[in-house]
Design a protein around this ligand. Structure first.
Ligand code: NDP
Length: 322
């Protein structure tokens, strides 16, 4: 089969489109013919070695959708079932051996691209807005990179929860997209001081929660955007890692809460995985949630997809087609 691997780890130029043997499904695994794979920043981190992978060359792709073509021992899912999954690596390939516990059934009326694209960032937006800081009507959140993959979905789910949404973005085009998906206010954080803008918009009160995927360039100022006892949710680092912080800062800035969550811990329980996936799919089918797929690339062109993502050129979701 064809697969896209990082060999060796490094820049996008190290991505190689090669022939490898299709994996054999082991105990507890299903072999899935991959129809679509989502592109995520986590793939960049495995490509560069920022996140360590045990195998060489490094297999990429942390979400996908396709059809089960074979199963290993002790797997009850039927061959021919349409499925989607995340947090199991190897979807940048024609076939992937996926733990059956990670698979969710993909409804017939949701396409493979939508299914693949909704899993990682969609379930992330779900756990952030429903579990990490369950938003209530009347609350206000600040969403950084609000036109990004995770960002656009957080904006929409925050609105579904009845919250007021302030989104930061780098360009006016991105601002328009975030507003079209429900953001009440947008801030061009490359031109405007987002702290001053948040203070102005909230009448000096600050926001209840910050959902921050940007990290290094936004983290510290975001703490000042919070109301007393507000929550800082630092869930990513697209601008670079945040680095160490002194817990005393949280006290000085208003008895703040800080969390650094990971999707894995919010879907490790099968009930959580299936609850989040079924709500996502229901919202997509009902038109209450829109998955903005900016571009689908052939799998062989994954390097360009990575360049676009890292270069801040993208909005919403990127997909690879094997
Ligand atoms: P995005 O689609 O949001 O792309 C990144 C965006 O970040 C860019 O479009 C850009 O938006 C903004 N950005 C700001 N500064 C930079 C910079 N220096 N370089 C690149 N981008 C920058 O990506 P994802 O939604 O896939 O992921 C965002 C982050 O969230 C990643 O760090 C990812 O690992 C993390 N994440 C964490 C999860 C978790 O469970 N903890 C789950 C999902 C994602 P703009 O141009 O508007 O500034």
């Amino acid at each position: 089969m064809k697969a896209l691997v990082a060999d060796p780890i490094g820049g996008p130029e190290n991505l190689k489109y090669i022939d490898v043997p299709a994996p054999e499904p082991k105990e507890g695994q299903a072999l899935v013919q991959v129809e679509a794979a989502g592109v995520n920043f986590i793939d960049v981190y495995f490509r560069t070695g920022f996140y360590k992978a045990p195998e060489t060359p490094v297999m990429l792709g942390s979400e996908g959708a396709g059809t089960v073509v074979a199963v290993g021992p002790n797997v009850s899912i039927a061959v021919g079932t349409r499925v989607a999954w995340t947090m199991a690596r190897g979807s940048y390939a024609e076939y992937a051996a996926v733990p059956a516990t990670a698979l969710v059934h993909l409804p017939d009326d949701i396409g493979f691209e939508q299914g693949a694209g909704a899993m990682l960032q969609g379930m992330t937006a779900h756990y952030l807005t429903r579990s990490t800081f369950p938003l209530q009507p009347g609350q206000t959140c600040l969403v950084h990179a609000a036109a990004g993959g995770a960002g656009l979905l957080i904006v929409q789910m925050a609105k579904l929860a009845g919250a007021r949404v302030i989104g930061t973005v780098s360009t006016e085009v991105k601002a328009q997209l975030a507003r079209a998906q429900g953001a009440d206010e947008t801030i061009l954080y490359t031109k405007q001081d987002f702290l001053e803008e948040v203070k102005r918009i909230t009448g000096g009160n600050g926001v209840d929660v910050v959902y921050d995927s940007v990290g290094q360039t936004t983290f510290h100022k975001s703490l000042d955007c919070l109301r007393a006892r507000g929550m800082m949710v630092s869930f990513g680092q697209s601008s670079g890692p945040v680095g160490p912080i002194d817990p005393l800062i949280l006290s000085q800035k208003g008895s703040l809460f800080l969390t650094r969550p990971s999707l894995a811990n919010y879907i490790s329980d099968s009930n959580d995985l299936h609850w989040r996936a079924s709500e996502l799919f229901e919202w997509l089918r009902a038109g209450r949630l829109h998955l903005h797929i900016q571009k689908a690339y052939p799998l062989a062109d994954a390097a360009q997809a990575h360049r676009d993502l890292e270069g801040r050129k993208t909005t919403g979701k990127l997909i690879l087609l094997p």
